[in-house]
Design a binder for this molecule. Structure first.
Ligand SMILES: NC(=O)c1ccc[n+]([C@@H]2O[C@H](COP(=O)([O-])OP(=O)(O)OC[C@H]3O[C@@H](n4cnc5c(N)ncnc54)[C@H](O)[C@@H]3O)[C@@H](O)[C@H]2O)c1
Length: 488
């Protein structure tokens, strides 16, 4: 039994928030003094946590010429993974490089200034909070969180311990995206009442395993599971039983919305300039086209209501064409035109009739790491392009939609629904989604999915209104020894 569980969270959130808010930022004087860029004093010592996929991009980010960083530690709970990272760093740097299997040892190391987290989602918040508590700046991959409430705890930890925490939605730092969003914010497409995010990315089956698989002997699987329950894996892909395909298992991942889609959800919210959570959410979808051990939907439509605007978000994991030029992208509709951004760094503005008026382009991942390092050196979270508060609110969109979906009732995709009737664009999007499912050879009458619950949200408390079961899903039980609240 963890010392602070999800049920208690429902009663104790307010007390905890007040206690944390009263904490004094522990900003070390010498950090402020060493904010000048480029000097030897200014060189930051970095540990990268999780180096299989995205972690290698972190390695590249800190090795870049102008980063002025030394990667002193590589941490991965699977020692079979670390070869490429150790070689890349060893080839680029002269200093000693350590491999540490256990993240807790890395966090104890007082010589480390920056912890860069590229683990699976269920570890993000806990690792970030532990690291900030130990006095380290944090770069944490998207989605910032695995559930809604841990995002608020991360924000509180950042402010309490006086450490910056950048979330890895790197579109926030590319010139092309920043110009496109500024164009929208300046009113060039008029009043914007709809942001449409598309995560159209084909994802294959992860297979159906008879029984359970053993985990690699090179790996500490207990540590890999960390705060989450230990479930023996049933995944059969080129990634092996554990890595990467955890995205499709609720205990560890958040589906493709929380994987690719959170980039587009973040941009959707940013374009609308929305500072908090929506006031309602509803979701529909299913896992269509194959039968496997994956749990998360590969087809999903979510509608979020804000005062005066909607966010509509769609996941398509089967083959599909684009919508108005966006496959993995965004469209913002205003009364004087619309903007389409088909990737992380470019966009096109159109008149309402579809005549191109302006293009935006440029930028890559490095600018997000550079922005983080600048904010860390100045110890000023206001300099971050994706402060943890933004990352929390954007990740929450995917969690809120998934809660609506998971609490839903069984349906087939040919069943009528009026759940989206408050937004005509959503009604049209649902019809397009059904056509897309049919185009993939799936009979709608046999496409068994879930019709989610329409949930009201109070943006001030970041809780659902009048739905106890949904509120329980805003937080999780943390395994003993991996408790996030004790850490804050
Ligand atoms: N910003 C982006 O564009 C982008 C791109 C890809 C992935 N990501 C994010 O990066 C994260 C990692 O994704 P991935 O594709 O590399 O996943 P992955 O499963 O391929 O790799 C994760 C690595 O973390 C290690 N790990 C797990 N728990 C650990 C722990 N407690 N301590 C140390 N190491 C641990 C694993 O052993 C593995 O090597 C995910 O959260 C994902 O959403 C972001």
């Amino acid at each position: 039994m963890s010392p602070f569980n999800r049920r208690e969270f429902l009663n104790r959130t307010a007390i905890l928030s007040a206690a944390v808010a009263a904490g004094t930022p522990l900003v070390r004087a010498e950090e402020k003094a060493s904010a000048a860029k480029g000097s030897a004093n200014d060189r930051l010592k970095v540990a990268v946590i999780g180096v299989r996929g995205r972690g290698m991009s972190h390695v590249g980010g800190y090795l870049s010429k102008n980063a002025n960083c030394e990667i002193t530690t590589v941490c991965d709970c699977d020692e079979a993974i670390i070869g490429p990272a150790m070689k890349k760093i060893g080839d680029a740097q002269k200093g000693e490089l350590k491999y540490v299997k256990d993240i807790r040892k890395v966090i104890e190391d007082k010589s480390i200034d920056v912890i860069s987290i590229a683990t699976p989602n269920h570890w993000h918040a806990l690792a970030a909070v532990w690291a900030m508590r130990a006095g380290k700046h944090v770069y944490v991959e998207k989605p910032a969180t695995h559930n809604v409430h841990e995002g608020r705890l991360m924000v509180q930890a950042s402010r309490k311990y006086g450490k910056v925490c950048q979330v890895g939605t790197q579109s926030r730092s590319t010139n092309g995206m920043r110009e496109a969003i500024a164009y929208i914010h300046e009113g060039n497409i008029g009043k914007v009442n709809l942001a449409y995010g598309t995560c159209y990315k084909p994802r294959g089956s992860i297979g159906k395993v008879d029984g359970v698989q053993s985990t690699p002997r090179t790996m500490d699987y207990d540590l890999w599971c960390g705060p989450a329950r230990v479930i023996q894996p049933t995944r059969n892909t080129k990634n092996g039983p554990v890595h990467y395909d955890w995205h499709w298992i609720w205990e560890y991942g958040n589906g493709d919305f929380g994987n690719q889609g959170v980039h587009e959800a973040d941009k959707a919210r940013w374009g609308l300039n929305l500072p908090g959570l929506p006031t309602s959410v509803v979701s529909i979808g299913g896992r269509f086209g194959y039968v496997d051990d994956g749990e998360t939907p590969n087809t999903q439509l979510n509608l979020y209501e804000y005062p005066g605007a909607h966010i509509l978000f769609e996941v398509r994991g089967l083959n599909t064409k684009d919508y108005k030029g966006a496959k993995v992208g965004n469209i913002w509709f205003g009364d004087k035109g619309y903007v389409v951004c088909p990737n992380y760094s470019s966009g096109v503005a159109y008149t309402p009739d579809g005549v191109k008026v302006k293009e935006f382009k440029g930028g890559g991942d490095q600018s997000h790491f550079d922005n983080f390092l600048k904010a860390a050196r100045a110890n000023d979270h206001k300099l971050l392009n994706c402060d943890v508060e933004e990352g929390h609110l954007s990740a929450a969109l995917c969690h809120l939609g998934n809660i609506s979906y998971r609490l839903g009732t069984a349906c087939t995709m040919d069943q009528p629904t009026d759940a989206f009737s408050g937004c005509k664009d959503a009604v049209a999007a649902l019809e397009r989604m059904k056509d897309h499912v049919k185009d993939n050879g799936v009979n709608l009458a046999e496409a068994k999915g879930l019709m989610g619950v329409t949930l009201k949200i109070d943006p001030k408390t970041e809780k659902f209104v009048g739905h106890a079961k949904a509120n329980e899903m805003l937080f999780r039980e943390y395994r003993k020894g991996f408790d996030i609240v004790e850490a804050v």
